[in-house]
Design a protein around this ligand. Structure first.
Ligand code: S3P
Length: 438
């Protein structure tokens, strides 16, 4: 499906509640499936990725009932608890979702089951050894397709705890090891090279699993064996989805938008810190910590933005926002450098290469290397045709580019937005932005 993002003729204005956070939705569903008892979840993101997790835990024996309420999902989950997951009738399809595949490996590693995980073309290109390596050290076995790609068959069994230093800053790997640790007798500890999203550390205790953390040492640990208990959880809005609306408002002069109920976890909002550093006018109003910080964002355009340097240490806190930040950087004065962003090459597409190509096609001035990207501004982007490469975050970043371009930006394979933000164009429309699908 092709989407035509047309230059807007007026500012963005109004209030929009973005859908539930994707990382938290995956975790809430998985932890509920692992738990003893019936969990009640509200505000769960209704997107293709989260549907992959829901179908996966159903296939593994959790009973899941969903109801569409106010744009999100209310979900009741009867978990498998101490009796463990059932062998599914066939392969479990993780669709486009890396989080589903990688977290499930940790969930299944400690149970006496054999489960084959498959994924779509994009997910089948993404590396899995980063997860299977520590889980193998704990005692699980895996058979993999050529290389370290899906399909992967998990041969679960008794596990031993480990003390593991993550070779990549990845919350997915950290979470997989901690979840496997709930099945291993003793302390399973992970050490991360840079601070990654800590949703698992915050959410598992709500499900009755204490998690120790040391911010200075950058460690997190669980003491197993422990069976999660059912919980109630209301998922707040996704900051990564909000980032597209924030950027859209900044790109169009005179804009003034309000986004309530956004998750404001410090490990997720690096993009706000970067935009503030560039001079953007963003007010953050923290409302509660439950166990995630949640609050309201107000964004007003008008300030002249200046280029900045995004350092490797802050990359995990904005990893999914690099595409849209690169679009904003094209209108900032000077050269914005994203350093240490090699992980972008193994996301839903090679985002580093794709971004450089897409921005160039729209008249942007871009340079890139193995693990860095530079965007020079200010440049008024032009219209043109770009391909999302089936990558949701690229599709939405290009749509934002189109709002302030000199002409229409046509985006191929725009349906990819369903992976994380199916109501993206509706939310833009609520803020006064038109566009067309064909
Ligand atoms: C996620 C972690 C990040 C992120 C992904 C979701 C998670 O991936 O890019 O969209 O929910 O843990 P990595 O852990 O591979 O960096």
């Amino acid at each position: 499906m092709r989407y035509h993002a047309r230059p807007v003729d007026g500012p963005l204005a109004g209030e929009v509640t973005v859908p539930g956070d994707k990382s938290l939705s995956h975790r809430a569903v998985l932890f509920s499936a692992m738990a003893e008892g019936t969990s009640a979840l509200t505000g769960v993101l209704d997107s293709a990725d989260v549907r992959s997790t829901i179908e996966a835990v159903r296939a593994l024996g959790a009973r899941v009932e969903t109801a569409r309420v106010g744009g999100g999902l209310d979900i009741g989950v009867v978990g498998w608890g101490a009796s463990g997951p059932l062998a599914p009738g066939g392969p479990v399809d993780c669709g486009n979702s890396g989080t589903t595949a990688r977290l499930l490996m940790g969930v299944l590693a400690g149970w006496d089951v054999e489960v084959t995980l498959t994924g779509d073309e994009s997910l089948s290109r993404r590396p899995m050894a980063r997860v299977t390596a520590p889980l193998e050290r704990m005692g699980a076995a895996f058979t993999m397709a050529e290389g370290d790609r899906l399909p992967v068959t998990v041969h679960g069994g008794p596990l031993a705890p480990i003390d593991y230093e993550l070779p990549v800053a990845s919350a997915q790997v950290k979470t997989a090891v901690l979840l496997a640790g709930t099945r291993a007798p003793g302390r399973t500890l992970v050490r991360e090279p840079a601070p990654c999203r800590d949703h698992t550390e915050r959410l598992l205790p709500l499900f009755g699993v204490p998690v120790g953390t040391d911010a200075v040492e950058r460690t997190a640990w669980v003491d197993g064996p422990v069976v999660p208990r059912a919980a109630h959880y209301d998922v707040p809005g996704d900051p990564s989805s909000a980032a597209f609306l924030v950027a859209a408002a900044l790109m169009v002069s005179g804009s003034d938008i309000v986004l309530p109920r956004v998750a404001l976890n410090p490990t997720r909002i690096g993009f706000l810190r970067v935009l503030e550093r560039m001079g953007a006018d963003i007010t953050v109003d923290l409302a509660v910590i439950d166990p995630e910080p949640v609050g309201t964002l107000r964004v007003r355009s008008g300030a002249t933005l200046a280029a900045t340097i995004v350092t490797p240490d802050e990359v995990p806190s904005l990893i999914d926002e690099v595409p849209v930040l690169a679009i904003v950087a094209s209108m900032a004065e000077g050269t914005t450098r994203f350093a240490g962003v090699g992980e972008l090459r193994v996301k839903e597409s090679d985002r580093l290469e794709a971004l450089a190509e897409g921005l160039r096609a729209l008249g942007g001035r871009v340079r890139s290397g193995d693990d860095w990207l530079e965007v020079e501004g200010p440049v008024r982007l032009a219209g043109g045709a770009v391909d999302s490469r089936g990558d949701h975050r690229l599709a939405m970043a290009y749509a934002v580019a189109g709002l302030a371009a000199t002409d229409t930006v046509s985006i191929d394979r725009f349906e990819a937005v369903d992976v994380s933000y199916p109501t993206f164009t509706e939310d833009l429309a609520a803020l006064g932005v038109g566009g067309a699908l064909r």
